[in-house]
Design a protein around this ligand. Structure first.
Ligand SMILES: NC(=O)c1ccc[n+]([C@@H]2O[C@H](COP(=O)([O-])OP(=O)(O)OC[C@H]3O[C@@H](n4cnc5c(N)ncnc54)[C@H](O)[C@@H]3O)[C@@H](O)[C@H]2O)c1
Ligand SMILES: C[C@@H](O)[C@H](N)C(=O)O
Length: 344
């Protein structure tokens, strides 16, 4: 089968690999669509993300969906021909975190395209059936693949306990900020403000219906939020840029007694944060890491037309053009590129 393998930073090689054989609890999936995520780009450019280092050739891609072509003997509920979204992180299912349902915190999670685990830029992937979710007819495999970033948004909204009538400030209008915006709307937020430093990203967010798009290069964030909220501040701020100034600015946007959710990963592990402000204003600060139990909700929201992810896609490219696709995906105005494979 065809695979695109990262052999060195900035160097993909198209390799012919043996088609995997599904184990008894697995499904073999002919991959149709795979999103290019910021972490794929980071591995492509730098060969590492923090302690995760690409030491052996690695198949990238963890936002994927495709068609089941074979099922293992223990699998029920899925059959050949079903289209599925693949949840990319598979936990041990036995530890305390798994048993509590917070399986994304399992220390033994094997996550696609995170060294040493291969991802989905491949014709076929064999995957545990309980992490493969059937797509209804009305949900495309592009949408199925983008259940992954949508899940990051849904989890962030849950971490922020976003509720009906809330005003939410999202910092960063990349794919994650945009899925957060979709998720908080679905959770009942009535006012969504978003920031960025790229005018095209802000214009796009505006087209998608955010109530206020703030260019923080030109506009003081605290003033803009105060104006919008009559000096109160946002109920919830979700940081989705990873930019240090933006992380610090979350405290300028949140109301007293409000919640800050940190999703964006800073290049620096330590970012100065005014703890006196946090205490004095009784701010709840939550980390948000990946997601758990979000795929069924993501698929239902897409099937019901409550959220949109397909509109974020700027281009679809082929496995053979993966180098060109990554070059395009790195352009600052591009939101989402996809690698799409022919029908298997
Ligand atoms: N916690 C998690 O589980 C999780 C999951 C996926 C991604 N992430 C992280 O979330 C962040 C966002 O991911 P993405 O794929 O959307 O990244 P991205 O780089 O595509 O988008 C980030 C956006 O932030 C904007 N930005 C830069 N500086 C800014 C500033 N000072 N203020 C406001 N906006 C600013 C950029 O212009 C860009 O549009 C990244 O740090 C990524 O690593 C975290
Ligand atoms: C969650 C996922 O989108 C992220 N890129 C990760 O590897 O953690």
């Amino acid at each position: 089968m065809r695979t695109a393998v990262l052999v060195e930073p900035t160097e993909f090689e198209l390799q012919d690999r043996e088609r995997p054989t599904p184990g008894p609890d697995d499904v073999l999936v002919a991959i149709r669509d795979v999103g290019i995520c910021g972490s794929d780009i980071h591995y492509y450019e730098h060969g590492r993300i923090g302690d995760y280092v690409v030491e052996e050739p690695l198949v990238l891609g963890h936002e994927s969906a495709g068609e089941v072509v074979e099922v293992g003997e223990n699998v029920s509920g899925l059959e050949a021909g079903d289209r599925v979204a693949l949840e990319p992180g598979v936990p041990c299912r036995r530890c305390g975190h798994c048993k509590r349902g917070e399986y994304h915190l399992c220390e033994s999670v094997e996550f696609m395209a995170t060294p040493p685990h291969d991802g989905a830029f491949a014709e076929y992937v064999s995957w545990p059936a309980d992490f493969a979710y059937r797509l209804p007819e009305t949900v495309s495999t592009v949408e199925g693949a983008l259940c992954e970033p949508l899940s990051v948004g849904l989890h962030a909204a849950q971490r922020g306990n976003v509720g009906t009538g809330d005003t939410v400030l999202v910092t960063g209008a990349g794919p994650i900020g945009l899925t957060v915006a979709e998720a908080v709307r679905a959770a009942g937020a009535t006012d969504v403000l978003i920031t960025d430093v790229v005018p095209e990203k802000l214009a796009f967010a505006r087209e998608r219906g955010v109530d206020r798009a703030i260019d923080v290069r030109e506009t003081d964030l605290a003033t803009a939020v105060d104006e919008y909220t009559d000096g109160v501040g946002a109920d919830v701020v979700v940081e989705a840029s990873g930019a240090e100034p933006s992380i610090r600015s979350t405290l300028e946007g949140v109301r007293r007694g409000g919640t800050v959710v940190l999703v964006g990963l800073s290049e620096e592990a330590e970012v100065p944060f005014d703890v006196l402000e946090v205490i004095d204003n009784e701010i709840d600060v939550h980390g948000s890491f990946r997601y758990a139990n979000t795929y069924p909700a993501a698929i239902d929201l897409l099937a019901d037309g409550v959220v949109d992810v397909e509109g974020m896609v700027d281009f679809r490219s082929s496995l053979e053009d993966v180098d060109d696709a990554f070059d395009r995906a790195m352009e600052p105005t591009v939101i989402k590129g996809m690698i799409s494979l022919d029908d298997a």
